[in-house]
Write a protein that binds this ligand. Sequence first.
Ligand code: AMP
Length: 419
Amino acid sequence: MQTIDNFNFAGKKAFVRVDFNVPLDENFNITDDTRIRAAMPTLKKILADGGSVIIASHMGRPKKNPDAKYSLQYILKHVEKLLGVPVKFAADCAKASDMAASLKNGEALLLENLRFYAEEEGKARGLAEDATDEEKATAKKAIKESQKEFTKTLASYADCYVNDAFGTAHRAHASTALIAKHFDENNKMFGYLMEKEVLAVQKILSDIERPFTAIMGGSKVSSKIEIIENLLGKVDNLILAGGMTYTFSKAMGGNIGISICESDKLDLALELIEKAKKNNVNLVLAVDAKIGDDFSNDCNTQFVSVKEIPDGWEGLDIGPETEKIFAEVIKNSKTILWNGPTGVFEFENFTSGSKAVANAIVEATKKGAFSLVGGGDSVACINKFGLADQVSYVSTGGGALLEAIEGKVLPGIEAIRGF
Ligand code: AMP
């Protein structure tokens, strides 16, 4: 397989798919540039070799072309600053042939938001709500056809294709997967970020040192069923925390007050408990909770058993007893995956559980464990605690990471690897 390190970009134009989908404030200032920084090693390597880059990304979920509030123009200056060279801007990503053709070695061009074109995702836009099945089918066929042209146009800008957008690797979009078909195997490759992400996933999937512990937090069971079921076939310990706690507690007959709960998932919770037993997985659930009488940072709080939450109160984080239990399991692990906070970490008064988990992961990592933190909110957590550089790997992928760990083949990876 071609790698970025053994490819000489001198005199070549590279189409680099990055994930510059960064958060902006109301004045269009970047509030977190992690994703832009993450792509810099790849872009700089190409320029240093004497190649030129055509940088392509999506931003947000625009519904039309153009949609000013999702313009990549807002990040142009920052990309220039980080890259250290002037960056040209193509205001229409599908009409950039001339700009791409005139790029000289060492130069960079940023394309406008790919999702300004429905063809990027290949989903028809603007269909009437009452469209008939036939109309939907016609629209679907039309967009798939025009997607081919769009993809061909993007591919025509460059001599080689580099995918460094792990965050969108689980989508079979024009620029993340389909475009790869236009380049032969020697001229398409992962960027450095993608390489690191793929390696990290591999370590969790196949190269496991045991005990393997997964900590799954966040708000809902429903969004994590597949990954939880899949992990039950892989891990030694599965720690379930966050809002899910209360669905499990209620399923087991506990009183959960007004805690977040998915009443239609109670049976599923019991099934997962059974499955864990059958698979000899140590399922670790919270025993106590820090509860509040309002969903706010300044509410009244108390610590109670997860089974005895009074009416009118809700569980907003794990309690001190649970922190100890979780930390003990984590510290004795050799492979660790963390996805999702143990509580409402956005409220300062309910960060303690997530902090205890983060600290235990850091401690295990110091003792030689491999720790992977991924999925939006746990990344925000580990950054908030200033511990990101003390775990083995922090993934930039949310959905992509979870799908990869579920064992799904990611189109963006398959397109390069060819399997
Ligand atoms: P997810 O996107 O599913 O990983 O969920 C992350 C969100 O879950 C964060 O915004 C947390 O505030 C929220 N969360 C965690 N624990 C709780 C809880 N006990 N009650 C309500 N929300 C929670």
